[in-house]
Design a protein around this ligand. Structure first.
Ligand SMILES: CC(C)(COP(=O)(O)OP(=O)(O)OC[C@H]1O[C@@H](n2cnc3c(N)ncnc32)[C@H](O)[C@@H]1OP(=O)(O)O)[C@@H](O)C(=O)NCCC(=O)NCCS
Length: 238
C-alpha cells in the first residue's frame, strides 16, 4: 500500500516518541540551489568544490542545504548557523536533536527526532548482480528468506533489505566499520533479529515507500510514531 508524503505543518516539531521523515527532490531551480548553497560552511563549500560534475555538486549542495533547513527549523536556528559535529565513524550530529540523512539519485531522505536515535537509507536500484551481492553481504537467515523468493520478487526484496541494513548501520553510527553479516534484519517483521555485540531489541525497522523505483528504510530506537513529509516541493507524492 502506498502512503502519502504530505506537506509539513507550518509550525511545530516532533514530540518525544515521534520520528518525522522528510523526502526532498535534489533538482531544485537554480535560484533555490543558490540559496541553499549560501547556507554551507566553508568546510562544506570546499567539499562542494571537490565534485567532478555540476550535476553531482548540485545534488550534494541541495541535500546538505536542505539538511541545514530541516535541522535549523527543529532547533529554532537559522540554517547557516547549524553547528554539525561528527561521531567516530563520521555520523553527523547536533546537540538536542537526533537526525540522519541519505541521498541517492534525485532524492534525499531525512529523519529527525528529539529523543530517538535514527538512521535512514534511500537507494535508486541500479545494481544488476543482486544475487551475488546477497551471497556476499547478507547474513545466512537473510539469504535463506531471499532465495526462497522467485524473480522478480527477489530483486525487489533485495533492495528492501539492503536499505534496512544500511539504515541500521547509520542508526548505530558504525557505518561500514560493522560487517554487513554481523546482524540479521527481517523487514517484514520490522525488527533486528540479532546483532553481534549489540542489543538488537533496541531497534525497530521500517521499510518506507518512496516514489518507484526507489527503496528506502528507517531504523529507529524504540517503536516511534512516524510522520512522512515532503520538503521543498509543493506536490504530494504517493
Ligand atoms: C554511512 C554509510 C553506511 C552510508 O553511506 P551511503 O549509503 O553511501 O550514503 P547515504 O547517502 O545513505 O548517507 C550519507 C550520509 O550519511 C551520513 N553519515 C556519514 N557517516 C555516517 C555514519 N557513520 N553513520 C550514520 N550516518 C552517517 C552523512 O550525513 C552522509 O551525508 P553526506 O555524504 O552528504 O556527508 C557509509 O559508511 C558507506 O560508505 N556505505 C557504502 C554502502 C555499501 O557499499 N553497501 C553495500 C551493501 S550490500
Amino acid at each position: 500500500m502506498s502512503i502519502d508524503w504530505l506537506q509539513p505543518p507550518a509550525e511545530g516539531e516532533p514530540a518525544e516518541g515521534e520520528v518525522w521523515l522528510f523526502l526532498a527532490r535534489l533538482d531544485p531551480a537554480p535560484a533555490r540551489l543558490q540559496a541553499l548553497r549560501a547556507f554551507l560552511s566553508p568546510r562544506e563549500e570546499q567539499r562542494a568544490l571537490s565534485f567532478a560534475t555540476d550535476a553531482l555538486r548540485g545534488h550534494w549542495v541541495a541535500a546538505r542545504g536542505m539538511l541545514r533547513e530541516i535541522v535549523g527549523r527543529a532547533q529554532d536556528c537559522p540554517p547557516a548557523e547549524v553547528a554539525f559535529q561528527y561521531g567516530a565513524h563520521g555520523k553527523p550530529f547536533v546537540d538536542g536533536l537526533h537526525f540522519n540523512v541519505s541521498h541517492s539519485g534525485d532524492y534525499a531522505l531525512y529523519a529527525i527526532s528529539p529523543d530517538l536515535e535514527v538512521g535512514v537509507d534511500v537507494e535508486l536500484p541500479r545494481i544488476r548482480r543482486t544475487d551475488a551481492l546477497a551471497r556476499r553481504f547478507f547474513a545466512p537467515g537473510e539469504q535463506e528468506r531471499l532465495f526462497a523468493l522467485d524473480e522478480p520478487a527477489r530483486a525487489v526484496a533485495f533492495f528492501k533489505l539492503w536499505t534496512c541494513k544500511e539504515a541500521f548501520l547509520k542508526a548505530t553510527g558504525e557505518g561500514l566499520s560493522r560487517s554487513l553479516r554481523s546482524y540479521e534484519i527481517n523487514p517484514t517483521q520490522g525488527c533486528v533479529l540479532w546483532a553481534k555485540g549489540a542489543d538488537a531489541t533496541r531497534w525497530s525497522v521500517h521499510p518506507l515507500d518512496p516514489p518507484a523505483p526507489y527503496e528506502a528504510a528507517l531504523v529507529s530506537e524504540g517503536t516511534p510514531s512516524i510522520r512522512r513529509y515532503l520538503h521543498g516541493t509543493p506536490k504530494t507524492i504517493k
